[in-house]
Structures are given as C-alpha cells and as structure tokens.
Write a protein of this length. Sequence first.
Length: 459
Amino acid sequence: MAVDLGGTNFRVCSIQLHGNTTFSLTQSKVAVPQELMTAKTSKELFSFLAKQIEKFLQAHHEDHYSHTLRRRQTGEEPEEIFNLGFTFSFPVNQVGINKGLLMRWTKGFDIQDAVGKDVCALLQTEIDELHLPVKVAALVNDTVGTLMARSYASPGKTGTLLGAIFGTGTNGAYVEKLDKVTKLTKAKNVGDFDKSTGEMIINTEWGSFDNSLRTLPNTPYDVELDQKSVNPGIQMFEKRVSGMFLGELLRLALVSLIKDPKVPLFQDDNSSSNDIHSTTQIASNSPIFKQWGIDTSFLSICAGDTSAGHRVIRQTLDKDYGISAVSTEDAEAVKIIAGAIGRRAARLSAVAIGAIVINTGRLEKSKSTATTEDKAGINPPRGDFKVNEEDVVDVGVDGSLVEFYPEFEEHIRTALRAVPQIGEHGEKHIRIGIAKDGSGVGAALIALVAGQVPEPKLD
C-alpha cells in the first residue's frame, strides 16, 4: 500500500505489480480541508489521514480488514500486515527507512507542533489508535517515488537518472555517484548504509534553490506573493514554478492592471467599443479580488484556447471569475500574461533538469539521439530521431503541470537547447516520460522491499 500527502490532496492506494513494467492500481483521493493545513496540532491532520486509510481498507479490502479485526478481538495476531509506503512531500531529515523529522512545511501547510517530529511515528500512532493492520514501512519523498516508478515502468534497459515533480509543488531526486556525496564520505556519525552499488539517490529539495534571489527572476508580483505566503523567503524557486502559485501570480498581475488607470483592462464601459456590444463588468465578489482566487488550471485553459475570439477564456472568466462581457482584446491580454507565467515556469523547470544532467555528466557518454514517449500529453521533440538505448538520458516526471499544461515539455526543451553545455544535440538525448501515479507506485515499491528486510535486533 501507499499513501501520498503531496499538497492539497491525500491519496490512498494499493498496487499489484505484474512484473513486466505494468501494474494495477486501486486508489482513492480526498482534498485536505484548508483548516487542517494550518491546524493547531499535528494530531488533527494525522488523525484525518489515518481515517482515510481506514475508509480505503473498508471499501477495497473489506474481507481482509474484517478478518483482521476479528482476529484482534479474539487476541490473535493479525494474519497479514499491509506494509505502507508514506509519500510525504515536504522537507524532512530522514534518518531511517521509516523515520524522518519534519524540517519545515511548504505548499500552504503550517502546523508548528509537527516541526522536528517523526512524521512516520505521527501517522503510525493514529493508525494504531484505529487498530488498522498497517505498518508504515518506508518514508518516501514524492520525487524518489517518481524515480522508482519510472525505473520500474520505463521502456528499455536504460536506468532512470532523475525523477521530478511539476505539480502543486516542484522537486527532483536523482542518482548520484557515491564518491561525489561528500556529506557522507567526509562527515562522521552518518550511520550505516549500503555502499555496494556505488550510487545513492539524492533528494535535491530544489524548491528552495536561490532563496537569496541572486539568480532567479523577480517581479513585483513575485514579491507580493512571497510576502503574503505562509513561508516568506522560503521555496523561492517553487513559488515561480509550481501549480500552487502560478494562478496567484496571474491574479496579482491582473489586479495590478485593473487598478492601473493607464491600462483599460476589463473597462469597456461603452458597449459600442467592444466586439460583443455589451458592458464589461466585474462582480464585487469576484474571486479575482481574493488571495488564491484563480486556480492554476485557468493557465492551462488560456494556453490551450485556440477558439475564435478566445471564446473559451471569455466564458471561463464569466462563469468562474465573475467577469462578464470580456472583449476579445482583454481575453488576448489575459492569454498573453498567463502564457508568460507558464512559459517562465517551464523554462525554470529546464534549469533544474539541465543542472542535474550536466552535473552527472550523463550527456558526455551519449553518442546518439532519443525521442520522448508520446504519452499522457507529453509530446515528442522536433523530428524523429533513432535511439541507441544505452545513450538515452531517461527522466521521469509527474504532476499536473507537466501532464496537462499545453506544450510544457516543449517549453522545457526549448530552454534546454539554449543551455551551452546541452545544446540542440544534447537535448535530443533526453527522454522525458510521464511516471503516472509515480509517487504512489514508487512508494509501494519501496515499502515492498523495506517490508522484506528484517528489522535489526537490539542488544
């Protein structure tokens, strides 16, 4: 089993592996109530999570769940314990396969009494209170899960280099040579770990890249978003890339233009001056005047709208955001601004991917070219290139942005081609594929292995 707390939603799933890169997935998903994201105590949140696990077992594994409860009521040991992979997509200091101390919250969460505590223990406590036959066997970052899931499901024999998330948040995990992990090779008291492969998975936490803003672009809208966020000065890269924030950036930009007397946005008070002969009006309770009022999915709508006069954008502004009788010119302005925000996010995503590819030196070993899988909205790069499998640099990605935002990958590839160390030739070697349900499947894979490893005996 696996659970995934990645942001605004909580997923519970069970996975059956078929052994041929395929799997069957059963899952349920529920939105995390806003009040629990900033609850006074961690127990409120983790109790909610445990109850979702209970509901899932009752709905999808009812026979096993009921049988286990009967055995426990008679004092017998449960027949089978579900090993659970816990995908927890927040910065932690992981000190064991199923132990990690929360460093800080991101993505709108802010529960201070959880900081510094073992999140696996917090969840296990609530699971035990419900007497569920579940053991938290592995703590998994969603990017590590994506990396593992892509490694299992990717075509060919090339090992996956990088697993990356471009969704509510953004982060990446990659495979690094152990001798380059100086934190382990030079530090003392780092604990025991398996050195046999000569490699280690590194969770980059690149959402906090350049918090000092020495390199990242910074607009007045970025500044305002950061100042009003729950974690000012933190996750500055993520605040320019992830779906949690792109809609808010668009909202702030539009509100700024609405308030600017020099810019006539949504101000067609003379009905004869616009193409629909009706007065543009903004409802007093329009979400555009409320923090987080614009969902990032609207940016995808803008990017994909090819209708005459941007009819889809205008209808969405009317129906969802209380802005009626929008002119073609205003819809075009919204499309351009939204496109600039989405394109910047994709190009910054390329910075993160490109840095990993360059740092690992994987392109230096490649001689041929590769194509991207045409899966789940991911489009192939320009041209049709033959591939030598051993020369492919394989990247697994997951998240709503990369999956649903039109041409997000092509914007990434355009930026990669502009990087001197990669260029047009190097970009063709990079195969990007969706690791669908990566965080859940990857966590289940890790939990499966972790559950088979005997616990160390205490003296």
